[in-house]
Design a binder for this molecule. Structure first.
Ligand code: G1P
Length: 289
């Protein structure tokens, strides 16, 4: 029997962006540009490519500009039409999703990723869903969500994206405990949030892309605070590994962590180098510095 289709992706966007302040003092970090598109736009495109038609944004205070980004900008569009700047107009229009495919709910207090995901429970309902953390963007094809959707079609259950990191970096991430491995699919029997290198069960860290079954919501409902005093998604997923099939997919798509200053800079350089319009000019510039 093929697994229940995936339609929705939950995108938590309530975070404060503390690692890139003061840039994020008055703009949501999800709207920081990489070349000429905001981070959230890369994630929306990644979701579309993976066949996830419905975006569920868990937003918060001061994040209203994200909703404006996914809507028509009437005056701007009219002004561009008047000036016959059709190419730019088309780029602007392409950011507007089909009506009704983006839903918003608000996380009213910064209680952690687990709490943010739990806030989406009524919108997601009783079906499997994906999660994408917009700090991290796919550096190329096929895209992290496409890889997860492909693995999900094969094995069903719960699947998270992972990559190998140096041992000393485990304390920055969720880390899985692998049980068995077949190609790039790892069977998981546990995971831990931000372990010290000496306590890490492996050096496969969790990337911000997940496919989960709706039973996760019941676990999040009563989840106690964990690492950093926050309600951690990793802790509830850990409990779910005892009850349901749980896999990790070692992703081939490169990743940029734009939640850090250096990661965001690298993303800009890498994405710009891949483009025909600005890539050659940037290559010349980089040779000259
Ligand atoms: C979150 C998750 C962590 C994961 C990381 C990926 O941590 O809790 O398990 O490895 O995202 O970006 P955060 O970056 O919110 O501290």
């Amino acid at each position: 029997m093929s697994p229940k289709p995936l339609r929705k992706v939950v995108i938590p966007v309530a975070g404060l962006g503390t690692r890139v302040l003061p840039a994020t003092k008055s703009i949501p970090k999800e709207l920081l540009p990489v070349v000429d598109r905001p981070l959230i736009d890369y994630v929306a495109e990644e979701a579309r490519r993976a066949g996830l038609a419905d975006l569920v944004l868990v937003t918060g205070r001061g994040k209203g500009a994200i909703e404006d980004y996914f809507d028509h900008a009437f005056e701007l569009e009219e002004a561009l039409k008047g000036k016959q700047k059709n190419e730019i107009l088309n780029d602007v229009l392409a950011t507007v999703p089909t009506a009704g495919t983006v839903t918003y709910t608000r996380q009213q207090a910064p209680l952690g990723l687990g709490h943010a995901v739990w806030c989406a429970r009524e919108i997601v309902g009783d079906e499997p869903f994906a999660i994408a953390l917009p700090d991290e963007i796919s550096a190329g094809a096929p895209g992290l969500l496409s890889e997860l959707a492909e693995a999900y079609a094969e094995v069903g259950g719960n699947i998270i994206a992972v990559e190998e990191v140096p041992n000393e970096e485990t304390s920055k991430y969720g880390v899985i405990s692998p049980k068995g491995r077949r190609g790039d699919l790892i069977e998981i029997d546990g995971m831990v949030e931000k372990p010290k290198p000496a306590d890490a069960p492996s050096n496969f860290r969790i990337i911000g892309r997940y496919v989960l079954q709706p039973e996760i919501f019941e676990l999040l409902e009563t989840q106690e605070r964990g690492a950093g005093g926050e309600i951690q998604l990793t802790d509830s997923m850990m409990t779910l590994t005892d009850r349901q099939p749980f896999h990790a997919r070692i992703c081939a798509t490169g990743i940029h962590d734009c939640g850090s200053k250096l990661g965001w800079l690298k993303a800009n350089v890498d994405m710009a180098l891949k483009r025909d319009d600005v890539g050659p000019g940037l290559t010349d510039f980089l040779k000259s510095v």
